[in-house]
Design a protein around this ligand. Structure first.
Ligand SMILES: [Zn+2]
Ligand SMILES: [Zn+2]
Ligand SMILES: [Zn+2]
Length: 599
Protein backbone atom coordinates (compact mmCIF):
# COMPACT_ATOMS: atom_id res chain seq x y z
CA UNK A 1 0.00 0.00 0.00
CA UNK A 2 1.43 3.32 -1.03
CA UNK A 3 0.17 6.65 0.12
CA UNK A 4 -0.09 10.10 -1.28
CA UNK A 5 2.79 12.38 -0.40
CA UNK A 6 2.50 14.99 2.26
CA UNK A 7 1.50 18.56 1.31
CA UNK A 8 0.04 17.73 -2.04
CA UNK A 9 -3.05 19.51 -3.17
CA UNK A 10 -5.98 17.68 -4.61
CA UNK A 11 -6.70 18.31 -8.27
CA UNK A 12 -10.12 17.14 -9.32
CA UNK A 13 -10.44 15.96 -12.85
CA UNK A 14 -11.95 18.28 -15.41
CA UNK A 15 -13.74 15.35 -17.01
CA UNK A 16 -17.01 16.03 -15.37
CA UNK A 17 -19.46 13.43 -16.28
CA UNK A 18 -23.11 14.06 -16.66
CA UNK A 19 -23.33 10.34 -17.25
CA UNK A 20 -21.61 9.52 -13.98
CA UNK A 21 -23.71 12.10 -12.21
CA UNK A 22 -26.72 10.05 -13.15
CA UNK A 23 -25.15 7.13 -11.31
CA UNK A 24 -24.49 9.08 -8.15
CA UNK A 25 -27.67 7.83 -6.57
CA UNK A 26 -27.27 4.17 -7.43
CA UNK A 27 -27.05 1.60 -4.68
CA UNK A 28 -23.94 -0.40 -3.94
CA UNK A 29 -23.27 -3.43 -6.08
CA UNK A 30 -24.82 -6.45 -4.33
CA UNK A 31 -22.16 -8.57 -2.66
CA UNK A 32 -22.07 -12.37 -2.49
CA UNK A 33 -23.73 -13.51 0.74
CA UNK A 34 -20.52 -15.09 2.01
CA UNK A 35 -18.87 -11.66 2.10
CA UNK A 36 -21.54 -9.79 3.96
CA UNK A 37 -21.48 -9.96 7.72
CA UNK A 38 -25.24 -10.32 7.85
CA UNK A 39 -25.77 -9.16 11.42
CA UNK A 40 -23.71 -6.00 10.93
CA UNK A 41 -25.34 -2.64 10.27
CA UNK A 42 -25.03 -1.29 6.72
CA UNK A 43 -22.11 0.92 5.81
CA UNK A 44 -22.58 4.56 6.72
CA UNK A 45 -20.82 7.70 5.64
CA UNK A 46 -21.04 10.04 8.65
CA UNK A 47 -20.51 9.95 12.43
CA UNK A 48 -21.91 12.21 15.13
CA UNK A 49 -19.10 13.36 17.38
CA UNK A 50 -19.52 14.90 20.82
CA UNK A 51 -17.55 18.15 20.95
CA UNK A 52 -15.69 19.52 23.99
CA UNK A 53 -17.16 16.68 26.07
CA UNK A 54 -14.73 17.05 28.99
CA UNK A 55 -15.37 20.78 29.36
CA UNK A 56 -19.00 20.63 30.55
CA UNK A 57 -19.59 24.05 29.00
CA UNK A 58 -22.68 25.98 30.14
CA UNK A 59 -22.46 28.58 27.42
CA UNK A 60 -21.09 28.86 23.92
CA UNK A 61 -20.89 31.89 21.64
CA UNK A 62 -21.73 31.46 17.94
CA UNK A 63 -20.40 33.86 15.33
CA UNK A 64 -20.48 33.95 11.53
CA UNK A 65 -17.42 32.16 10.11
CA UNK A 66 -16.27 35.29 8.27
CA UNK A 67 -17.38 38.71 7.02
CA UNK A 68 -19.20 37.13 4.05
CA UNK A 69 -20.93 34.50 6.15
CA UNK A 70 -24.03 34.28 8.27
CA UNK A 71 -25.04 31.84 10.98
CA UNK A 72 -27.65 29.47 9.55
CA UNK A 73 -29.74 27.93 12.31
CA UNK A 74 -33.05 26.34 13.19
CA UNK A 75 -34.36 26.39 16.75
CA UNK A 76 -36.60 23.33 16.27
CA UNK A 77 -37.16 20.63 13.67
CA UNK A 78 -40.19 22.41 12.16
CA UNK A 79 -38.93 25.97 12.65
CA UNK A 80 -37.97 28.19 9.74
CA UNK A 81 -34.26 28.47 8.99
CA UNK A 82 -32.76 31.77 10.16
CA UNK A 83 -29.70 33.53 8.77
CA UNK A 84 -28.08 35.79 11.34
CA UNK A 85 -25.14 38.12 10.97
CA UNK A 86 -24.92 38.97 14.67
CA UNK A 87 -23.44 36.68 17.36
CA UNK A 88 -25.72 34.22 19.18
CA UNK A 89 -25.06 33.36 22.81
CA UNK A 90 -26.27 29.86 23.76
CA UNK A 91 -26.77 28.91 27.43
CA UNK A 92 -27.80 25.66 29.10
CA UNK A 93 -30.93 26.03 31.23
CA UNK A 94 -31.69 22.61 32.68
CA UNK A 95 -32.57 20.40 29.73
CA UNK A 96 -33.33 23.40 27.52
CA UNK A 97 -31.17 25.98 25.89
CA UNK A 98 -31.55 29.76 26.03
CA UNK A 99 -30.53 31.80 23.00
CA UNK A 100 -29.58 35.44 23.29
CA UNK A 101 -29.38 37.45 20.04
CA UNK A 102 -28.93 41.24 20.34
CA UNK A 103 -30.35 41.20 23.91
CA UNK A 104 -33.45 39.26 22.77
CA UNK A 105 -33.94 35.96 24.57
CA UNK A 106 -35.64 32.73 23.52
CA UNK A 107 -35.74 29.12 24.62
CA UNK A 108 -35.39 25.96 22.55
CA UNK A 109 -34.95 22.23 23.01
CA UNK A 110 -32.49 21.87 20.22
CA UNK A 111 -30.49 24.11 17.95
CA UNK A 112 -29.42 22.91 14.48
CA UNK A 113 -26.66 24.75 12.65
CA UNK A 114 -25.74 24.18 9.01
CA UNK A 115 -22.86 25.57 7.05
CA UNK A 116 -19.82 27.24 8.51
CA UNK A 117 -20.00 28.68 12.01
CA UNK A 118 -17.47 29.79 14.61
CA UNK A 119 -17.93 28.49 18.17
CA UNK A 120 -16.24 29.94 21.25
CA UNK A 121 -16.27 28.45 24.77
CA UNK A 122 -13.78 28.06 27.65
CA UNK A 123 -11.36 30.34 25.76
CA UNK A 124 -11.22 28.08 22.69
CA UNK A 125 -12.47 29.17 19.25
CA UNK A 126 -13.12 26.74 16.42
CA UNK A 127 -14.68 27.21 12.97
CA UNK A 128 -16.62 24.23 11.66
CA UNK A 129 -18.04 23.61 8.21
CA UNK A 130 -20.10 20.61 9.28
CA UNK A 131 -23.64 20.39 10.68
CA UNK A 132 -23.79 21.00 14.44
CA UNK A 133 -26.60 20.40 16.93
CA UNK A 134 -26.72 21.86 20.44
CA UNK A 135 -28.94 20.53 23.22
CA UNK A 136 -28.65 20.62 27.02
CA UNK A 137 -28.63 17.99 29.75
CA UNK A 138 -28.84 18.97 33.42
CA UNK A 139 -27.44 22.46 32.83
CA UNK A 140 -24.60 21.38 30.55
CA UNK A 141 -24.50 21.97 26.79
CA UNK A 142 -24.28 18.92 24.53
CA UNK A 143 -22.64 19.82 21.21
CA UNK A 144 -22.66 17.18 18.45
CA UNK A 145 -20.92 17.60 15.10
CA UNK A 146 -21.79 15.43 12.08
CA UNK A 147 -18.53 14.57 10.33
CA UNK A 148 -17.92 12.42 7.25
CA UNK A 149 -16.15 9.28 8.52
CA UNK A 150 -12.98 10.13 6.62
CA UNK A 151 -12.79 13.65 8.11
CA UNK A 152 -13.19 12.11 11.55
CA UNK A 153 -10.38 9.59 10.90
CA UNK A 154 -8.08 12.33 9.61
CA UNK A 155 -8.72 14.55 12.65
CA UNK A 156 -8.18 11.71 15.14
CA UNK A 157 -4.99 10.53 13.42
CA UNK A 158 -3.67 14.12 13.57
CA UNK A 159 -4.61 14.32 17.27
CA UNK A 160 -3.45 10.86 18.41
CA UNK A 161 -0.25 10.39 16.37
CA UNK A 162 3.23 11.36 17.53
CA UNK A 163 6.48 12.69 16.14
CA UNK A 164 7.93 9.16 15.76
CA UNK A 165 5.19 8.17 13.30
CA UNK A 166 5.72 7.94 9.57
CA UNK A 167 3.58 7.00 6.57
CA UNK A 168 3.06 3.29 7.22
CA UNK A 169 2.43 3.58 10.98
CA UNK A 170 -0.04 6.42 10.31
CA UNK A 171 -1.86 4.27 7.74
CA UNK A 172 -2.10 1.39 10.22
CA UNK A 173 -3.37 3.83 12.86
CA UNK A 174 -5.94 5.25 10.43
CA UNK A 175 -7.36 1.76 9.82
CA UNK A 176 -7.52 1.08 13.58
CA UNK A 177 -9.14 4.45 14.31
CA UNK A 178 -11.79 3.89 11.61
CA UNK A 179 -12.45 0.34 12.83
CA UNK A 180 -12.82 1.41 16.45
CA UNK A 181 -15.27 4.13 15.43
CA UNK A 182 -17.44 1.87 13.26
CA UNK A 183 -17.39 -1.61 14.80
CA UNK A 184 -18.72 -1.16 18.30
CA UNK A 185 -21.08 1.02 20.32
CA UNK A 186 -19.36 3.54 22.60
CA UNK A 187 -22.02 4.07 25.25
CA UNK A 188 -22.99 7.68 24.47
CA UNK A 189 -26.67 8.63 24.25
CA UNK A 190 -26.31 11.92 22.36
CA UNK A 191 -23.65 11.04 19.76
CA UNK A 192 -21.64 8.11 18.35
CA UNK A 193 -18.26 8.99 19.84
CA UNK A 194 -16.90 11.62 22.22
CA UNK A 195 -13.75 13.67 21.51
CA UNK A 196 -11.79 12.57 24.60
CA UNK A 197 -9.54 9.56 25.18
CA UNK A 198 -12.63 7.76 26.47
CA UNK A 199 -13.28 7.11 22.77
CA UNK A 200 -10.50 8.65 20.63
CA UNK A 201 -8.90 12.03 21.12
CA UNK A 202 -9.92 14.73 18.63
CA UNK A 203 -8.49 18.26 18.82
CA UNK A 204 -10.97 20.51 17.01
CA UNK A 205 -8.41 23.24 16.39
CA UNK A 206 -6.38 20.74 14.39
CA UNK A 207 -2.65 20.11 14.42
CA UNK A 208 -0.95 22.02 11.60
CA UNK A 209 2.27 20.01 11.83
CA UNK A 210 0.54 16.63 11.48
CA UNK A 211 -2.51 17.52 9.40
CA UNK A 212 -1.00 16.80 6.00
CA UNK A 213 0.43 13.42 7.02
CA UNK A 214 -2.84 12.47 8.75
CA UNK A 215 -4.75 13.48 5.63
CA UNK A 216 -2.51 11.32 3.45
CA UNK A 217 -2.93 8.33 5.79
CA UNK A 218 -6.73 8.62 5.89
CA UNK A 219 -6.90 9.05 2.11
CA UNK A 220 -4.64 6.11 1.27
CA UNK A 221 -6.72 3.80 3.50
CA UNK A 222 -10.15 5.38 2.93
CA UNK A 223 -12.96 2.98 3.77
CA UNK A 224 -10.61 0.25 5.07
CA UNK A 225 -11.29 -1.46 8.38
CA UNK A 226 -10.04 -4.54 10.18
CA UNK A 227 -11.65 -7.93 9.44
CA UNK A 228 -11.20 -11.42 10.84
CA UNK A 229 -12.55 -14.48 9.00
CA UNK A 230 -14.98 -12.41 6.91
CA UNK A 231 -16.40 -10.68 9.98
CA UNK A 232 -15.80 -7.09 10.99
CA UNK A 233 -13.21 -7.11 13.80
CA UNK A 234 -12.57 -5.01 16.90
CA UNK A 235 -9.53 -2.76 17.00
CA UNK A 236 -7.83 -0.75 19.74
CA UNK A 237 -4.58 1.11 20.09
CA UNK A 238 -2.39 2.37 22.92
CA UNK A 239 0.63 4.66 23.21
CA UNK A 240 3.16 2.12 24.52
CA UNK A 241 2.54 -1.48 25.55
CA UNK A 242 5.75 -1.57 27.59
CA UNK A 243 7.06 -4.70 25.86
CA UNK A 244 4.02 -6.96 26.02
CA UNK A 245 0.50 -6.29 24.76
CA UNK A 246 -2.55 -7.05 26.90
CA UNK A 247 -5.29 -9.40 25.76
CA UNK A 248 -8.78 -8.01 25.39
CA UNK A 249 -10.23 -9.87 28.40
CA UNK A 250 -7.30 -8.97 30.64
CA UNK A 251 -8.33 -5.32 30.51
CA UNK A 252 -12.08 -5.69 29.92
CA UNK A 253 -13.10 -8.93 31.69
CA UNK A 254 -16.65 -8.80 30.35
CA UNK A 255 -15.53 -8.73 26.72
CA UNK A 256 -15.59 -11.91 24.60
CA UNK A 257 -12.14 -13.25 23.95
CA UNK A 258 -11.02 -12.90 20.32
CA UNK A 259 -8.02 -14.70 18.84
CA UNK A 260 -6.64 -11.61 17.10
CA UNK A 261 -6.21 -9.62 20.36
CA UNK A 262 -3.87 -11.84 22.43
CA UNK A 263 -1.25 -10.90 24.99
CA UNK A 264 2.07 -11.20 23.17
CA UNK A 265 5.60 -9.82 23.38
CA UNK A 266 6.40 -6.66 21.42
CA UNK A 267 10.09 -6.49 20.67
CA UNK A 268 9.65 -3.35 18.56
CA UNK A 269 8.69 -0.91 21.31
CA UNK A 270 11.50 -2.08 23.60
CA UNK A 271 14.17 -2.13 20.88
CA UNK A 272 15.55 1.18 22.17
CA UNK A 273 15.71 -0.16 25.76
CA UNK A 274 12.91 -0.80 28.22
CA UNK A 275 11.53 2.32 29.83
CA UNK A 276 9.89 2.22 33.24
CA UNK A 277 7.91 4.96 34.89
CA UNK A 278 7.80 5.82 38.60
CA UNK A 279 5.26 7.88 40.47
CA UNK A 280 4.55 8.84 44.06
CA UNK A 281 1.01 9.49 45.31
CA UNK A 282 -0.20 10.49 48.77
CA UNK A 283 -3.01 8.75 50.64
CA UNK A 284 -5.05 11.96 50.33
CA UNK A 285 -4.67 12.02 46.54
CA UNK A 286 -5.58 8.35 46.23
CA UNK A 287 -8.61 8.75 48.52
CA UNK A 288 -9.88 11.64 46.38
CA UNK A 289 -9.32 9.71 43.13
CA UNK A 290 -11.05 6.61 44.52
CA UNK A 291 -13.99 8.70 45.76
CA UNK A 292 -14.41 10.22 42.28
CA UNK A 293 -14.76 6.66 40.97
CA UNK A 294 -17.37 5.83 43.62
CA UNK A 295 -15.05 3.90 45.97
CA UNK A 296 -15.65 5.43 49.40
CA UNK A 297 -13.23 4.07 52.01
CA UNK A 298 -12.43 6.92 54.41
CA UNK A 299 -9.90 5.19 56.68
CA UNK A 300 -8.27 2.67 54.34
CA UNK A 301 -4.73 1.54 55.17
CA UNK A 302 -3.25 -0.76 52.57
CA UNK A 303 -3.26 -0.93 48.78
CA UNK A 304 -1.81 -4.03 47.11
CA UNK A 305 -2.07 -5.86 43.78
CA UNK A 306 -4.30 -8.89 44.29
CA UNK A 307 -4.33 -10.50 40.85
CA UNK A 308 -2.33 -10.09 37.67
CA UNK A 309 -3.26 -11.01 34.10
CA UNK A 310 -1.37 -12.95 31.49
CA UNK A 311 0.80 -9.99 30.48
CA UNK A 312 1.72 -9.10 34.09
CA UNK A 313 -0.68 -6.17 34.32
CA UNK A 314 -2.66 -5.74 37.55
CA UNK A 315 -6.25 -6.93 37.10
CA UNK A 316 -7.59 -6.46 40.64
CA UNK A 317 -6.25 -4.43 43.54
CA UNK A 318 -6.99 -4.97 47.22
CA UNK A 319 -7.90 -1.93 49.28
CA UNK A 320 -7.83 -3.39 52.81
CA UNK A 321 -10.65 -5.95 52.54
CA UNK A 322 -12.23 -4.53 49.38
CA UNK A 323 -11.47 -5.45 45.76
CA UNK A 324 -11.02 -2.71 43.16
CA UNK A 325 -10.58 -3.27 39.42
CA UNK A 326 -7.12 -2.08 38.39
CA UNK A 327 -8.53 -0.68 35.15
CA UNK A 328 -11.08 1.52 36.96
CA UNK A 329 -8.46 2.51 39.55
CA UNK A 330 -6.09 3.67 36.81
CA UNK A 331 -8.90 5.54 35.01
CA UNK A 332 -9.99 7.20 38.28
CA UNK A 333 -6.46 8.40 39.03
CA UNK A 334 -6.06 9.58 35.43
CA UNK A 335 -9.31 11.53 35.43
CA UNK A 336 -8.79 13.04 38.91
CA UNK A 337 -5.03 13.67 38.95
CA UNK A 338 -3.78 13.45 35.36
CA UNK A 339 -2.89 10.56 33.02
CA UNK A 340 0.85 10.77 33.70
CA UNK A 341 0.46 9.79 37.40
CA UNK A 342 -0.34 6.11 36.75
CA UNK A 343 -0.13 5.70 32.96
CA UNK A 344 -0.85 1.93 32.81
CA UNK A 345 -2.03 -0.98 34.96
CA UNK A 346 1.35 -2.73 34.57
CA UNK A 347 2.80 -1.63 37.92
CA UNK A 348 4.12 -2.60 41.35
CA UNK A 349 3.03 -0.63 44.39
CA UNK A 350 4.84 -0.17 47.72
CA UNK A 351 4.02 1.96 50.71
CA UNK A 352 5.80 4.08 53.34
CA UNK A 353 3.24 5.50 55.77
CA UNK A 354 0.98 7.80 53.75
CA UNK A 355 3.14 7.71 50.63
CA UNK A 356 2.57 5.17 47.86
CA UNK A 357 5.23 4.40 45.27
CA UNK A 358 4.16 3.07 41.90
CA UNK A 359 6.56 1.94 39.26
CA UNK A 360 5.63 0.29 36.04
CA UNK A 361 5.81 0.07 32.27
CA UNK A 362 3.84 1.21 29.26
CA UNK A 363 1.30 3.92 28.63
CA UNK A 364 -2.36 3.08 28.06
CA UNK A 365 -4.32 -0.18 28.23
CA UNK A 366 -1.91 -2.18 26.08
CA UNK A 367 -4.59 -3.82 23.88
CA UNK A 368 -4.15 -3.91 20.11
CA UNK A 369 -1.77 -1.66 18.18
CA UNK A 370 1.13 -0.27 20.22
CA UNK A 371 1.88 3.15 18.72
CA UNK A 372 5.49 3.13 19.89
CA UNK A 373 6.10 -0.30 18.37
CA UNK A 374 4.21 0.59 15.17
CA UNK A 375 6.35 3.72 14.70
CA UNK A 376 9.50 1.60 15.22
CA UNK A 377 8.27 -0.98 12.69
CA UNK A 378 7.55 1.74 10.12
CA UNK A 379 11.00 3.27 10.70
CA UNK A 380 12.39 -0.22 10.08
CA UNK A 381 10.72 -0.35 6.65
CA UNK A 382 7.62 -2.40 7.53
CA UNK A 383 4.34 -1.72 5.74
CA UNK A 384 1.00 -0.81 7.29
CA UNK A 385 -0.23 -4.37 6.59
CA UNK A 386 2.79 -5.87 8.37
CA UNK A 387 2.13 -3.60 11.35
CA UNK A 388 -1.51 -4.75 11.47
CA UNK A 389 -0.34 -8.40 11.18
CA UNK A 390 1.91 -7.89 14.19
CA UNK A 391 -0.72 -6.40 16.50
CA UNK A 392 -3.84 -8.18 15.18
CA UNK A 393 -2.51 -11.64 14.23
CA UNK A 394 -4.79 -13.35 11.72
CA UNK A 395 -6.85 -10.24 11.00
CA UNK A 396 -6.49 -8.12 7.84
CA UNK A 397 -7.72 -4.83 6.48
CA UNK A 398 -10.56 -4.82 3.96
CA UNK A 399 -13.21 -2.54 2.54
CA UNK A 400 -15.74 -1.67 5.26
CA UNK A 401 -18.77 -1.97 2.96
CA UNK A 402 -17.94 -5.28 1.28
CA UNK A 403 -15.21 -7.05 3.26
CA UNK A 404 -13.12 -7.33 0.12
CA UNK A 405 -9.39 -6.69 0.42
CA UNK A 406 -7.67 -4.18 -1.82
CA UNK A 407 -5.41 -5.87 -4.37
CA UNK A 408 -2.41 -4.35 -6.11
CA UNK A 409 -1.62 -4.93 -9.78
CA UNK A 410 1.72 -3.84 -11.17
CA UNK A 411 1.45 -1.76 -14.33
CA UNK A 412 4.13 -0.07 -16.39
CA UNK A 413 5.03 3.01 -14.31
CA UNK A 414 2.07 2.68 -11.97
CA UNK A 415 0.39 0.37 -9.47
CA UNK A 416 -3.34 -0.22 -9.80
CA UNK A 417 -5.21 -0.81 -6.52
CA UNK A 418 -8.69 -2.29 -6.76
CA UNK A 419 -11.19 -4.42 -4.87
CA UNK A 420 -12.05 -6.15 -8.12
CA UNK A 421 -9.55 -8.56 -9.70
CA UNK A 422 -11.19 -8.12 -13.12
CA UNK A 423 -9.88 -4.52 -13.14
CA UNK A 424 -6.50 -6.04 -14.05
CA UNK A 425 -7.91 -6.25 -17.59
CA UNK A 426 -7.55 -2.46 -17.80
CA UNK A 427 -3.80 -2.50 -17.13
CA UNK A 428 -2.78 -2.24 -20.82
CA UNK A 429 -5.19 0.67 -21.37
CA UNK A 430 -3.81 2.46 -18.28
CA UNK A 431 -0.24 1.80 -19.42
CA UNK A 432 -1.00 3.39 -22.81
CA UNK A 433 -2.44 6.46 -21.05
CA UNK A 434 0.65 6.65 -18.84
CA UNK A 435 2.98 6.50 -21.87
CA UNK A 436 0.85 8.98 -23.82
CA UNK A 437 0.98 11.43 -20.89
CA UNK A 438 4.77 11.24 -20.77
CA UNK A 439 5.05 11.64 -24.54
CA UNK A 440 2.68 14.62 -24.82
CA UNK A 441 4.10 16.55 -21.88
CA UNK A 442 7.72 15.64 -22.50
CA UNK A 443 7.86 15.03 -18.74
CA UNK A 444 8.79 11.64 -17.48
CA UNK A 445 9.31 10.09 -14.13
CA UNK A 446 10.96 6.93 -12.95
CA UNK A 447 8.51 7.19 -10.10
CA UNK A 448 5.62 4.76 -9.82
CA UNK A 449 2.21 6.36 -9.49
CA UNK A 450 -0.63 4.75 -7.53
CA UNK A 451 -4.07 4.50 -9.12
CA UNK A 452 -6.78 3.54 -6.65
CA UNK A 453 -9.97 2.55 -8.47
CA UNK A 454 -13.15 2.55 -6.40
CA UNK A 455 -15.90 0.02 -6.97
CA UNK A 456 -18.79 2.44 -7.40
CA UNK A 457 -19.72 6.10 -7.43
CA UNK A 458 -21.08 6.03 -3.84
CA UNK A 459 -17.91 4.28 -2.62
CA UNK A 460 -15.72 6.86 -4.38
CA UNK A 461 -17.79 9.76 -3.03
CA UNK A 462 -17.89 8.54 0.59
CA UNK A 463 -14.26 7.49 0.75
CA UNK A 464 -12.79 10.47 -1.07
CA UNK A 465 -15.25 13.17 0.07
CA UNK A 466 -15.48 14.11 -3.61
CA UNK A 467 -18.68 15.02 -5.43
CA UNK A 468 -20.15 12.28 -7.62
CA UNK A 469 -19.57 14.29 -10.81
CA UNK A 470 -15.80 14.17 -10.40
CA UNK A 471 -14.39 11.32 -12.49
CA UNK A 472 -11.04 11.16 -10.74
CA UNK A 473 -8.52 13.30 -8.92
CA UNK A 474 -4.82 13.45 -8.28
CA UNK A 475 -2.94 14.35 -5.13
CA UNK A 476 0.80 14.31 -5.74
CA UNK A 477 1.67 10.87 -7.12
CA UNK A 478 -1.63 9.33 -6.05
CA UNK A 479 -4.70 9.06 -8.26
CA UNK A 480 -8.22 8.09 -7.18
CA UNK A 481 -10.82 7.16 -9.79
CA UNK A 482 -14.42 6.15 -10.05
CA UNK A 483 -15.13 2.57 -11.11
CA UNK A 484 -13.00 1.67 -14.14
CA UNK A 485 -15.92 -0.35 -15.54
CA UNK A 486 -18.11 2.74 -15.43
CA UNK A 487 -15.49 4.96 -17.04
CA UNK A 488 -14.80 2.37 -19.75
CA UNK A 489 -18.51 1.81 -20.45
CA UNK A 490 -18.88 5.58 -21.03
CA UNK A 491 -15.76 5.67 -23.23
CA UNK A 492 -14.11 8.00 -20.71
CA UNK A 493 -11.36 5.77 -19.38
CA UNK A 494 -8.61 6.77 -21.85
CA UNK A 495 -9.25 10.50 -21.52
CA UNK A 496 -9.60 10.35 -17.73
CA UNK A 497 -6.41 8.39 -17.21
CA UNK A 498 -4.43 10.50 -19.67
CA UNK A 499 -5.58 13.59 -17.79
CA UNK A 500 -4.73 12.18 -14.35
CA UNK A 501 -1.32 10.82 -15.37
CA UNK A 502 -0.55 14.27 -16.83
CA UNK A 503 -1.49 15.76 -13.46
CA UNK A 504 0.75 13.34 -11.60
CA UNK A 505 3.64 14.25 -13.96
CA UNK A 506 2.99 18.00 -13.63
CA UNK A 507 2.66 17.73 -9.82
CA UNK A 508 6.13 16.18 -9.63
CA UNK A 509 7.57 19.30 -11.25
CA UNK A 510 5.39 21.87 -9.50
CA UNK A 511 7.04 23.95 -6.79
CA UNK A 512 5.11 25.32 -3.82
CA UNK A 513 4.75 28.69 -5.63
CA UNK A 514 3.16 27.21 -8.75
CA UNK A 515 -0.42 28.46 -9.03
CA UNK A 516 -3.26 25.99 -9.45
CA UNK A 517 -4.33 27.53 -12.79
CA UNK A 518 -0.91 26.79 -14.29
CA UNK A 519 -0.90 23.18 -13.07
CA UNK A 520 -4.42 22.57 -14.34
CA UNK A 521 -3.93 24.65 -17.48
CA UNK A 522 -0.87 22.71 -18.66
CA UNK A 523 -2.71 19.43 -18.16
CA UNK A 524 -5.67 20.74 -20.16
CA UNK A 525 -3.43 21.97 -22.99
CA UNK A 526 -1.58 18.68 -23.24
CA UNK A 527 -4.61 16.45 -22.82
CA UNK A 528 -6.85 18.22 -25.36
CA UNK A 529 -4.57 20.12 -27.74
CA UNK A 530 -7.27 20.40 -30.43
CA UNK A 531 -9.78 21.79 -28.05
CA UNK A 532 -8.26 25.22 -27.39
CA UNK A 533 -10.72 28.06 -27.07
CA UNK A 534 -9.97 31.35 -28.84
CA UNK A 535 -12.16 33.51 -26.60
CA UNK A 536 -10.49 35.18 -23.65
CA UNK A 537 -12.04 34.14 -20.34
CA UNK A 538 -13.99 36.57 -18.19
CA UNK A 539 -12.42 35.09 -15.03
CA UNK A 540 -9.16 36.61 -13.79
CA UNK A 541 -6.33 34.41 -12.52
CA UNK A 542 -7.28 34.68 -8.85
CA UNK A 543 -10.86 33.77 -9.64
CA UNK A 544 -9.71 30.76 -11.66
CA UNK A 545 -7.53 29.55 -8.78
CA UNK A 546 -10.33 30.00 -6.27
CA UNK A 547 -12.79 28.16 -8.48
CA UNK A 548 -10.39 25.30 -9.20
CA UNK A 549 -9.86 24.89 -5.46
CA UNK A 550 -13.55 25.00 -4.53
CA UNK A 551 -16.03 24.64 -7.32
CA UNK A 552 -19.44 23.75 -6.04
CA UNK A 553 -20.92 22.78 -9.41
CA UNK A 554 -19.79 20.92 -12.47
CA UNK A 555 -20.42 24.01 -14.64
CA UNK A 556 -18.26 26.20 -12.39
CA UNK A 557 -15.47 23.66 -12.49
CA UNK A 558 -15.67 23.39 -16.29
CA UNK A 559 -15.47 27.17 -16.71
CA UNK A 560 -12.43 27.31 -14.44
CA UNK A 561 -10.69 24.54 -16.39
CA UNK A 562 -11.39 26.27 -19.74
CA UNK A 563 -9.99 29.53 -18.39
CA UNK A 564 -6.90 27.80 -16.97
CA UNK A 565 -6.26 26.23 -20.39
CA UNK A 566 -6.58 29.61 -22.10
CA UNK A 567 -4.05 31.26 -19.75
CA UNK A 568 -1.62 28.33 -20.00
CA UNK A 569 -1.81 28.41 -23.81
CA UNK A 570 -1.07 32.14 -23.81
CA UNK A 571 1.90 31.62 -21.50
CA UNK A 572 3.31 28.81 -23.67
CA UNK A 573 2.83 30.82 -26.88
CA UNK A 574 4.55 33.91 -25.47
CA UNK A 575 7.44 32.47 -23.49
CA UNK A 576 7.95 28.92 -24.72
CA UNK A 577 7.82 25.56 -23.03
CA UNK A 578 11.23 25.65 -21.30
CA UNK A 579 10.50 28.96 -19.57
CA UNK A 580 7.01 27.86 -18.52
CA UNK A 581 8.38 24.63 -17.02
CA UNK A 582 10.96 26.66 -15.15
CA UNK A 583 8.14 28.80 -13.72
CA UNK A 584 6.20 25.67 -12.83
CA UNK A 585 9.11 24.82 -10.51
CA UNK A 586 9.95 28.29 -9.19
CA UNK A 587 6.69 30.24 -9.46
CA UNK A 588 5.69 32.80 -12.08
CA UNK A 589 7.31 36.24 -11.70
CA UNK A 590 4.72 38.80 -10.60
CA UNK A 591 5.07 41.02 -13.67
CA UNK A 592 4.48 38.11 -16.03
CA UNK A 593 1.34 36.96 -14.23
CA UNK A 594 -0.01 40.55 -14.17
CA UNK A 595 0.68 41.04 -17.90
CA UNK A 596 -1.07 37.78 -18.68
CA UNK A 597 -4.20 38.97 -16.97
CA UNK A 598 -4.33 42.12 -19.18
CA UNK A 599 -5.99 42.01 -22.54
ZN1 LIG B 1 -7.44 18.41 -14.12
ZN1 LIG C 1 -16.45 8.37 24.56
ZN1 LIG D 1 4.69 -2.13 22.36
Amino acid sequence: MKGPPVNSQRIASSLLLASVLALAGVTRTPQPAAFAAATQPPARSTLRIGMWTLWHDREVLLKPAGPDHKITLRACDRCATLSLSQPVSVHAAGNEITLIVSSKKGNADRLSLTGPVTLTAHGETVTLHNPVTITARAGVLVIAVTLPIESYVERVVASESGTADSRESLQALAIVVRTFALHEPHGHADYDLCDSTHCQLLHWSGNPTRQAAAHAAALATAGETLWFRRQRALAYFNKDCGGRTASLVEIWPRAHEVPYLPSQPDRYCTAGGEKEWASELTRTELTAALASAGVIAPRWQHLTVERRGESGRAVTLRLDAAQVSAESFQLAVGQALGWNRIPSTWFEVSQQGDRFFFHGRGWGHGVGLCQKGAAAMAADGRTAQQILDQYFPGAHSADEATGRAWQSFQGNGFVLESLDASDAAYLPQLARARAEAAQRSGLNAAETFTVRAFASTPAFRDAMLAPGWVAAFTEGNWIATQSLHTLAARHLLDATMLHEFLHALVEREAGPQAPLWLREGLVEVWSQPANRTKTAPTLNLNAVDAMLAHSSTEAESEAAHRAAAWYATRLLDRYGRAKVLEWLRSGIPTGIAAALGQR
